[in-house]
Structure formats: structure tokens, C-alpha cells
Write a protein that binds this ligand. Structure first.
Ligand code: NAD
Ligand code: IPM
Ligand code: MN
Length: 356
């Protein structure tokens, strides 16, 4: 019997709505498997918690999470609390403390989905973005001076270390080496950003020497953003810095048909700490509380957790059932359908049970 101690942080807005569907699906997965159980503990941390306690999680929050096998998170952030406080008070400390330095974000056109790109059929877009998840443009180094004067100035330092760059690029090369297409694309902005980005390019080329079987290409991030739209079929594995890959993967969500279905896995590759599974999207305040959020990003995220746990067959089964649900037209409004969040979750659970 494999028992997974799962910390659940529904978070804010639609996070709380889609996480419930994800947990329902995990219950069914456990029923079907027989040898796998998820022991879940829910933590009500987020903006509501902040408004009551002045912090996004308790002081011992990270110590508490450390004892869990994995973390299942919805979304963090709501207009009631400034984003830089909410995200740096919960999501980012988890990613960093638990050295989840790789953020995996698949971009795949599923059966039953329509891409806004003309002429793309299911499977024609199928690649994965490896996002550096621990440093780069996301730093707390900086400050503001000359407050409330015409000379007010803000400085934010980008921080790229050889240690940080190499472990992520190497992870991406390993993924590419083990993929059928064996291709890795890297994106930087070395024409405009003259210290950090050439450093990334040099490290990429140095590591490339260890992977002669992998075909590589290096683009400027602006060009790559356009290629995501004009030739997404050409990508296999894409690696980029924290901010660039953040932006690329919202484009990824869009070309898959909706940000609401895009999944992500924050991985601690050494397995020393829990990894964290969350969708790419945020708390969507514009639709929160309406019961119409698409739960597929969260449910696909559960599939990534199954993969991480070595349960690939179950993961594939879950993705197939997601596709069959889409093929039947059981879709939330972001996909042009009329189904509610719960109806999509229920349909996926029913189909899983029927498949056995
Ligand atoms: P968002 O992803 O929440 O929303 C962008 C757009 O996509 C909105 O129109 C929204 O309605 C739509 N959308 C997102 N998820 C959807 C779903 N599952 N189904 C249907 N439609 C969906 O991005 P935002 O508006 O920039 O951010 C809102 C808040 O979420 C902010 O506080 C932001 O900082 C936070 N955020 C958190 C995370 C996270 O916790 N990982 C990720 C992104 C944004
Ligand atoms: C994401 C989000 C976060 C990020 C924000 C909310 C800090 O956009 O997970 O994609 O940029 O990492
Ligand atoms: Mn993002």
C-alpha cells in the first residue's frame, strides 16, 4: 500500500473551487488503484487568512508542509491583498524553501479542444516548457528611493547563478534526451539584457556538449513568443528563465484553447522536499464564486502528480478521460460550453469509474 500524505492549499478565488474537483478525482483514482491512498490535510491559507492574521500562512507553515509527501495547490492572490504581498507570503516561499527549482508546464492540444490557431488538430501541438523556478527575474533584491517625488526610482535586481541556471538547463537536456524528438529550445534576450542573458546562453552551450544527441536552438524571447503562435508544432522541450517561461506558458495555455486547462508541476528533482502541483492559472477574481471555473487545469495537475509518483498508467488513464469528457462537449464557458465546474469534475469521476 502506497500512502501519500498530501497537503492541500486551495488558496483564493477559483482555487478553492477547482481544488475540490481535483480532490474528488484523486479519491476515485485511489478507489480504482486499490494500493494507493491520499491522506489529505487542508490548510486554509491565503488572502482571507491574511486579512484575519496579517500573514498569508502561520509562522510555522513551511515547517508544517515539510512533513508532507506532496502539495496540491489551487491559486494564491486576490484583489483584497496586494499581489506582491500575497504571492511572496505563500506561493514563492514554498517553491523556494522546498527547492522546487523546475517548473514543468506541458503545452498539448488535447482531443476535444479547439485551438485558436487555425488548422491544428489534436496532438499537433505537444511540447513541454521547463521553467527555472527559483531565481532569475523574481528576486527580492531591490528597493525604492525618492518616494513621492518626480525622481522616485525603483530598482529590482535579476539574480542568475551558475548553480541555478545549470541544474535547470541540465534537467531540460535530460528531458529532451529521453524524448522521441530529442530537441531543446532555449530562449533569452541577450541582445538587450547584457549580463544575465549571455551568461545563460554560455551555460546552455557548455552543457550542450554533454548531450550531442539533442538538437538545439536558441532564440530571443520575443521571437520565440511569436513562434509559439506561428509554429508551435516545431517544439519538443523549451527551457527559459523564471519570467520568460511564465509569460510563454500563458501563451501555451491560450494555444491549447484556454488557460483554464493548463497544468504545472513545481518539482524538487532530488525528492528531498515535497513537490507542488498547481494549475498555470491564478485565482480568476472575475469569475470567482460563480461555479464556472474550468477545473481541468487542476485535474491535469493531479495527472502530473501521478506521473511524479511513478503512476504513469493511471496518469495516462486520467488524461484520456479528460479528453473524452471534452470530446462529449462537457465544457465550462471558457471553452464555449455551459457546464459548471462541478459538472465537469463529476463527468471525469464517472468516466474514470466506468473505465475501472
Ligand atoms: P488568472 O489566471 O487568474 O486569470 C486570467 C484570465 O483567465 C481571467 O479572465 C480568468 O477568468 C481566466 N481564467 C483563469 N483560470 C481559469 C479557469 N480555470 N477557468 C476559466 N477561466 C479561467 O490571472 P490574473 O487575473 O492575472 O491573476 C489573478 C490573481 O491570481 C492575482 O492575484 C495573481 O497574482 C494570482 N495568480 C496566482 C497564480 C498562482 O497561484 N499560481 C498564478 C497566476 C496568477
Ligand atoms: C504562475 C504565476 C506566479 C508566477 C505569480 C502569481 C507570482 O503567474 O505561477 O505562473 O509568476 O510564478
Ligand atoms: Mn503565470
Amino acid at each position: 500500500m502506497k500512502k501519500i500524505e498530501l497537503a492541500v492549499i486551495p488558496g483564493d478565488g477559483i482555487g478553492t473551487e477547482v481544488v475540490q474537483e481535483g480532490l474528488k478525482v484523486l479519491d476515485v483514482i485511489a478507489e480504482l488503484h486499490g494500493g494507493l491512498t491520499f491522506e489529505t490535510t487542508e490548510f486554509p491559507w491565503g488572502c482571507e487568512y491574511y486579512l484575519q492574521h496579517g500573514k498569508m500562512m502561520p509562522d510555522n507553515g513551511l515547517d508544517t508542509l515539510k512533513n508532507f509527501d506532496q502539495i496540491f495547490l489551487g491559486a494564491v492572490g486576490f484583489p483584497s491583498v496586494p499581489d506582491h504581498i500575497s504571492l511572496w507570503g505563500l506561493l514563492i516561499p514554498i517553491r523556494r524553501t522546498f527547492q522546487q527549482y523546475v517548473n514543468l508546464r506541458p503545452v498539448k492540444l488535447l482531443r476535444g479542444m479547439d485551438s485558436p490557431l487555425k488548422g491544428y488538430q489534436a496532438g499537433a501541438i505537444d511540447f513541454i516548457v521547463v521553467r527555472e523556478n527559483s531565481e532569475g527575474e523574481y528576486s527580492s533584491i531591490g528597493g525604492r528611493i525618492h518616494h513621492d517625488t518626480p525622481h522616485e526610482t525603483a530598482i529590482q535586481v535579476n539574480y542568475f547563478s551558475r548553480y541555478g541556471i545549470d541544474r535547470t538547463i541540465r534537467y531540460a537536456f535530460e528531458l529532451a534526451k529521453n524524448s522521441p524528438r530529442k530537441k531543446l529550445t532555449s530562449a533569452t534576450k541577450s541582445n538587450g539584457i547584457t549580463f544575465t542573458m549571455p551568461f545563460w546562453d554560455e551555460e546552455f552551450k557548455r552543457i550542450q556538449a554533454d548531450y550531442p544527441e539533442v538538437e538545439t536552438e536558441i532564440f530571443h524571447i520575443d521571437a520565440l513568443a511569436a513562434y509559439f503562435v506561428t509554429r508551435p508544432e516545431s517544439f519538443d522541450v523549451v527551457v527559459a528563465s523564471n519570467l520568460f517561461a511564465d509569460i510563454l506558458t500563458d501563451i501555451g495555455g491560450a494555444i491549447m484553447g484556454s488557460i483554464g486547462i493548463a497544468p504545472a508541476a513545481n518539482i524538487n528533482p532530488e525528492g528531498k522536499y515535497p513537490s507542488m502541483f498547481e494549475p498555470v492559472h491564478g485565482s480568476a477574481p472575475d469569475i470567482a464564486g460563480k461555479g464556472i471555473a474550468n477545473p481541468i487545469g487542476q485535474i491535469w495537475t493531479a495527472k502530473m502528480m501521478l506521473d511524479h509518483l511513478g503512476e504513469h498508467d493511471l496518469g495516462e488513464k486520467l488524461l484520456t478521460v479528460i479528453e473524452e469528457t471534452l470530446l462529449e462537449g462537457i465544457k465550462t464557458p471558457d471553452l464555449g460550453g455551459k457546464a459548471t465546474t462541478t459538472e465537469v469534475g463529476d463527468a471525469i469521476c464517472d468516466k474514470l469509474r466506468r473505465l475501472g
